[in-house]
Design a binder for this molecule. Sequence first.
Ligand code: UD1
Ligand code: CA
Length: 452
Amino acid sequence: MNNIHAIILAAGKGTRMNSTKPKVLQTLSNNTLLGHVLVQAKHISQKVHIVYGFGGDQVKQAINDESINWVEQAEQLGTGHAVSQATPYIEDDSISLILYGDVPLIQLETLSQLINAANSTGVALLSVVLDNPTGYGRIIRHNDVIQAIVEQKDAMPEQLEVCEVNTGIMAVNTQLLKKYLSNLDSNNAQGELYLTDIIESAVNDGKVIASVVTTDAFEVAGVNDKVQLAELERIFQQQQANQYMQQGLTLKDPARFDCRGSLSFGKDCEIDINTLIEGKVSLGNNTSIAPNCSIKNAKIGDNVTILANSVIEGAVINNGASIGPFARIRPQADIGENAKIGNFVEVKKSIIGKGSKVSHLSYVGDTIMGSDVNVGAGAITCNYDGVNKHQTIIGDNAFIGSDSQLVAPVTIGKNATIGAGSTITKESPEDQLTLSRSKQITMKNWQRPTKK
Ligand code: UD1
Ligand code: CA
């Protein structure tokens, strides 16, 4: 059978987050907790039902997915009650896969094992063995055969000794699920309708309960507070870093590497400590990133050197270019092959031609710069008149003297030279020296003031 319906329980408020957001909207890497679960659910099921309660509109809006069947659970009367809000929308001849909106690291491989098990026996649960099982429902077996799940608060002392616990995640034939849910009562320590009670019903109905026992406690870990959120963030990052390293990326310290998005890379790329990758970033071959860089949505070519403390966003860096240290490359910057952007240089919405150098303390905005241009220290484009942005065009092989201001719109011809300290407001012709500079004078008899 491959008619799978995922039911994600997400009605919890998450009081311990101390947040205005519902718990399932807290973020892990670049997605919400619920978003992570949803990605997996969509991979493995034909239809996703989300049981929501607290902050429903906020959750729906954040997830913004037309394909989901949103089911409200107005009052939280227990996990069994939550699931039975969704089952009326699910045909009997299917498997219902129960997931939790606050258990974000669940793996597809595990879920598919669980579904296979449910296909053969009708009821399958996912358990884990914990050193400290306190708080969880215990899996009660007799000669290895599952008999029931007993909640912490309802358990007898000897049942509390059991270390195999219920993760909450189950796959159940929907017809059976509906039948067993209709038997639930709230005659228990918490006065709730426990989903876990369906296990005993199934056993009484002559069913064998299949189990998948995961050895990865993190894949079934729920998030209740910011400490647990940070723990799972580290686990997620570590797993992702391991995957990248297996694929050939050199990470100087995987514990000091974060990627909230996707990173692709060629051969022999190296990333030093404390780098943050966000959005979609690609690296060619043999590119290196020095410590403390932040890189978001960027396409970076081969043999590129990104030096320490550089910030790059929404830009293209072509083969052989060198960036930083302390450079800021902003959206729509396209840095040409073998170009050099040095320290304390900001580039925005500009094309920097092949081999051009902007080495120190510059701002280049709304500029089209040819190849082999040299921009001296402190030279800037004045692209903004307070209302509109204007363009600067700089021809190949031009030389912009230090501390010059190019007041846009303005064009600097090919091979032109701009004398240091110039304020350039008019076209500067090819091959010639243009400068604007007040005459230097020396005051002969001038004396420094002295203290009275
Ligand atoms: C539940 C299980 C327990 C298991 C544990 C794993 C039951 C009765 N117990 O216990 O066996 O070891 O999870 O973490 O199922 N929820 C709703 N609506 C409700 C109640 C809960 O949506 O009416 C959601 C919560 O938001 C939460 C999840 O279901 O995401 C689990 O609920 P919770 O009350 O935390 O169950 P536990 O007592 O932890
Ligand atoms: Ca819980």
